[in-house]
Design a binder for this molecule. Structure first.
Ligand code: HEC
Length: 119
């Protein structure tokens, strides 16, 4: 599975299409065209999605890998996401409570949880 997912990251459309049918656990299968739009069921998830679009989308597009790694393909614990957001790491900036309040971060966590269980 690791090898197959690594192949996906090569970014070759041909490889992606050839493998798509046999890749049940790859993040690419969770994208909107395959899994359908994410059903936004609570106002917290809706709020989280807006905040994610504002602060995170540019590097984790739709929860998938961009400049940053995919967030929708592994069970990242909340404390780890919180730590990463507050402290940053490598190319990822830190976000203070002035930028994202504690309750806004809860909303983002709820959105990420919904993304992960989708597809
Ligand atoms: C400027 C680009 C950028 C932005 C904006 C950004 N990230 Fe990241 N993110 C990264 C990069 C790059 C990494 C990988 C850091 C490393 O390991 O060196 C990362 C890693 C992460 C990880 C750890 C993933 C893992 O597999 O361990 C989480 C969780 C995360 N980001 C969440 C967020 C959230 C939530 C936001 C919005 C509040 C956000 N990021 C905004 C670039 C970004």
């Amino acid at each position: 599975m690791t090898v197959r997912c690594a192949a996906m990251r090569l970014g070759s459309a041909a490889v992606a299409f050839a493998l798509l049918g046999s890749l049940p656990a790859c993040s690419a299968r969770r994208s909107e065209p395959v899994a359908g739009p994410l059903p936004i069921t609570t106002s917290q998830t809706e709020q989280g999605q807006k905040l994610f679009m504002l602060h995170c989308q540019q590097c984790h597009p739709g929860g998938e890998a961009g400049l940053g790694p995919a967030l929708n393909n592994k069970p990242l614990p909340s404390f780890l996401i919180t730590f990463q957001v507050r402290h940053g790491l490598g190319a990822m900036p830190a976000f203070s409570e002035d930028e994202i309040t504690a309750s806004q971060l809860d909303d983002i966590l709820a959105y990420l949880q919904a993304l992960r269980s989708h597809g």
